[in-house]
Unconditional design. Structure first.
Length: 301
């Protein structure tokens, strides 16, 4: 074999070795999966109170994660899907509906969080949407489901279809409220897909970022009443008067722990941060909120 052919053969061999090395590198697991880069800095999500977390920008680019594909119970973060799907299904959110008396006994028995509406109260679906999101009213969720699809059971079926369409591949819903059920589960990564999609809906975004809402006069509340978001109450509990957080949804059950989904704006750019299963309860420090403040605070630097 001539020297020219030998050199040519050697170059091909080197090229194949280089290509193989590149492929191996690309297929290796990312050892920095819980860290994202900000310039020359790195911000770890590994030391949060929450067992699972994910941070992303408004384009859906994941910037940091911690156990993002771990199965979690979403508690009231479920209501993100309930509110979004109701907005998409209802023809007119300003239409008036009546809260059926039959809705209430089971919710009272389960000690579900309520917005403050009463059996037989005439309200708009818009009132119910804010009632489901801000004070986390379970009666609002069931009424929205019935108004959208005729029954909560049928609405839950639509929730699962929507989850499938959004490629929430590790999610299954059994109710509209987030009350605990072993078969009602998701992941923070799946929830991030849902929130990114939902925030593109103008009505949803307005509700999600509201900190209070005033219900006009009704047949049961002739002077109307105002409720405040559970997030605003938790921020107050943490001693926060001003922050980059635009709004969000809290959640808690003893099985789910403290959960939180938030939107924030930092230096003109929007970010979403979702956490689940922080130890604690309504009577402890708001560890889920402290996690959000910590991560957003580092982004602000």
């Amino acid at each position: 074999m001539s020297k020219r052919k030998q050199r040519r053969k050697r170059r091909r061999k080197i090229g194949l070795i280089f290509l193989a090395a590149v492929l191996v590198f690309l297929l290796l697991p990312n050892k920095k999966s819980e860290v994202f880069s900000k310039g020359k800095e790195e911000i770890s999500l590994g030391e949060l109170y929450s067992e699972a977390a994910i941070l992303l920008d408004e384009e859906g680019q994941i910037l940091g994660r911690k156990n993002s594909e771990k199965k979690i119970y979403p508690a009231s973060l479920t209501k993100i899907m309930t509110v979004l799907l109701s907005i998409e299904k209802l023809d007119n959110i300003r239409e008036i509906t009546v809260l059926r008396e039959e809705i209430f006994p089971e919710l009272y028995a389960q000690d579900a969080s309520m917005a403050g509406f009463l059996p037989g109260e005439k309200v708009t679906y818009r009132d119910l949407l804010y009632g489901a999101m801000l004070p986390s009213g379970a009666e609002c969720c069931v009424a929205l489901a019935e108004g959208s699809c005729g029954s909560e059971k049928e609405f839950v079926s639509e929730m699962n279809k929507k989850a499938k369409k959004l490629v929430m591949k590790n999610t299954h819903f059994t109710n509209t409220t987030g009350l605990h059920d072993d078969n009602h589960y998701t992941t923070v990564e799946d929830l991030s897909r849902l929130l990114c999609y939902a925030m593109k809906n103008q009505d949803f975004s307005k509700i999600f970022t509201a900190f209070s809402y005033s219900v006009p006069a009704t047949n049961k509340h002739p002077e109307g009443f105002t409720f405040f978001s559970t997030l605003s109450q938790e921020l107050q509990k943490a001693g926060v008067k001003d922050s980059c957080i635009l709004g969000g949804k809290t959640g808690y059950t003893s099985n789910a722990g403290l959960c939180l989904a938030t939107a924030a704006e930092i230096n003109g750019k929007k970010y979403f941060f979702i956490t689940a299963h922080a130890q604690g309860s309504h009577n402890t420090e708001p560890y889920h909120v402290l996690d959000a403040l910590s991560v957003y605070g580092k982004l602000e630097k």
